[in-house]
Design a protein around this ligand. Sequence first.
Ligand code: SD4
Length: 292
Amino acid sequence: MSWGIIGTWRMALEGIVEAEKLLKDGQTSIDAIELAVKMVEDHPEYRSVGYGGLPNQDCEVELDAAFMDGDTLSIGAVGSIKDFKNPISIARKLMDEKYNIFLVGQGAEKYAHTMGFERVNMLTDYSKKEWEKKKSQVKLDKLKAYDGHDTVGVVGLDKNGKIVAATSTSGLFMKRPGRIGDSPLSGSGFYADSEIGAASATGVGEDIMKGCISYEIVRLMEEGLHPQDAAEKAVNKLNKKLISKRGKAKDISVVCMNNKGQWGVATNISKFSFVVATETEKPTVYIASFNE
Ligand code: SD4
């Protein structure tokens, strides 16, 4: 059976190199994708995910993450969680729950603590300095100037045909405390169904969630579209709709894979880097651009 993995942004490379070994070895896509995302979360220089993530208006690193198992449609997600090392592992753990699968803020922290996850201050000196610099530049009551806001979104298929999706992010730099983007929202930041495929998004969550784009891509793949066509169709449609209804579309980029290991990618920005590894292709970084 085919296997493969695709992740958003160049920062996914090191994790995908390790995850590829697990998939090749016949291990589950859940373990492989958790490892891939954890490696991005643990990297202090990847400043929009996990440790060293960019802080909110109050100079606190609030993180969002989600996991979805396409075999069972189990979902686990956390939003606005502070001071825990690997939000993706907490999201994975929440997939075991029947109820209370999406926890935010103090509730998520309480759960993580109860489950024995490691408490760590995720703010680095670098991020604090960036916050101080930005604070002097932007008016804090205005939602703007969000540079450095990338999500790692990874989709993986294992040899047993299990397809999963996972996301992790610190969200938008200088966001309001408590703001949650698309990344932990099922159907927006991610979706996975092993009978079809999976997708994940990155960009400005406020726009991504207006189109439930990850679900839309999986739905288009179910209609028979190749992942590449599904990704392009969904991004172009949402982009056009946002422009016609709101005058402007913010950044939207997506990756997806079907249950045959075929993949697709689309973006409405000029340069979107992503990483792919499949049975026939070593981990490779590509750049996609807007294809109207
Ligand atoms: C969010 N979608 O919180 C995330 C951020 C991101 O590229 O992916 N930026 O809105």
